[in-house]
Design a protein. Structure first.
Length: 324
């Protein structure tokens, strides 16, 4: 018997306000055509004033718990992947814990920017496999609209707010790649590239939240190659290959990166979940959002092999292979 972390529920939440590309053209030298042709993005959601990352995370968590048919008291641990916490501390995960009415278990945040959900999922899997937790709520939640420089057309048109969540539960498997649950993962970081994508403020430096800065073309240059490599490594660790993949659920940063990576892996686009047109880049929230939206559409059948891959600031990148 091999213990596996199986997805038993998914959920998501998107703030009410939808901002179409054309809205940016009113204040910036940009156009709907430029944004969509360069990124695939048509619209994104922005959180309302007074609506925080924890609010988004709690809503997504409630949705995922309902989908799993369990209550918060059944959860042992809450992990939130975010780079836009409500406050410097405590962790958003503790606010989620309290918001859900949990008084037991433990809760912490993971910060690996756009790769955060993949890092959180791999760590939650480790806690389940080691017996530290039986059920873990893994959430990606972001309010990137709060760290945008609204005068920088090269970044502010690309990002959005939202949250997605999955419930993982320990189940027994046979120890083969036919088992349901997380089969393998691969995580990487290379801090030499931290200047390609960063926020120009922080607690210990400026004492402010700062604004996102990105050398988009350089990030792009690293993305396809690193995403294909990490996906291949994770699949290899599971004893599988790209031909076995039923669904790729990639980080939703840019449609051209998503297409380029699929092509490099040899996976056709009809097996790739794409939500970037409606959500923009929601950083750590993008994969759980896409998972939840696709699950609600009934796209995943039990036993399907799902590959999640992401890259973000750090640079940090990774992949998780799981059977639905
Ligand atoms: N509207 C109109 N023109 C624009 C805009 C805009 N919104 N933004 C930039 N431009 C201009 C630039 O100024 C540049 O003009 P110039 O040639 O006169 O200098 C021109 O468009 C081309 O700019 P590039 O940056 O070369 O455009 P590119 O085709 O590379 O697309 C983009 C830019 C969309 C940012 C792309 O490089 C990209 O997606 N990069 C990856 C970003 C990413 O994946 N991030 C993921 C991680 S996010 C995270 O971790 C938080």
């Amino acid at each position: 018997m091999t213990r596996r972390a199986v997805v038993i529920g998914t959920g998501h939440y998107l703030p009410q306000r939808v901002v179409e590309n054309a809205e940016f053209a009113r204040t910036l030298d940009t156009s709907d055509e430029w944004i969509e042709s360069r990124s695939g993005i048509k619209r994104r959601h922005f959180a309302a004033e007074g609506e925080y990352t924890s609010d988004l995370a709690i809503a997504a968590a409630r949705d995922a718990l309902a989908d799993a048919g369990i209550t918060a008291s059944d959860i042992d641990a809450v992990v939130v992947a975010t780079s836009t916490p409500d406050m410097t501390f405590p962790a958003v995960a503790t606010q989620v814990q309290d918001g859900l009415g949990m008084t037991g278990g433990f809760a912490f945040d993971v910060q690996a920017v756009c790769a955060g959900f993949v890092f959180a999922l791999a760590n939650a899997n480790g806690m389940i496999v080691s017996g530290q937790a039986r059920r873990v709520l893994v959430i990606g939640a972001e309010t990137f609209s709060r760290i945008m420089d609204w005068t920088d057309r090269a970044t502010c048109v690309l990002f959005g707010d939202g949250a997605g969540a999955v419930v993982l539960e320990a189940r027994d498997g046979a120890g083969t790649s036919d088992d349901r649950g997380i089969l393998a993962s691969d995580l990487n970081s290379d801090g030499r590239y931290r200047d390609l994508l960063y926020v120009d403020g922080g607690v210990s430096t400026s004492g402010t939240a700062g604004h996102l800065r990105m050398q988009g073309r350089e990030v792009f240059r690293h993305a396809v190659e690193k995403l294909a490599a990490t996906a291949t490594t994770a699949l290899d660790r599971a004893g599988l290959g790209a031909a076995d993949v039923d669904w790729v659920v990639p980080h939703q940063a840019n449609l051209r990166i998503i297409r380029g990576t699929a092509q490099k892996l040899g996976v056709s686009m009809d097996r790739v979940v794409v939500t970037v047109q409606d959500h923009g880049n929601t950083s750590a929230a993008s994969i759980p959002l896409a998972l939840s939206v696709a699950a609600r559409e009934g796209r995943f059948a039990p036993g399907d092999l799902v590959l999640c891959e992401a890259i973000g600031g750090g640079l940090s990148w990774g992949a998780v292979v799981l059977r639905w």
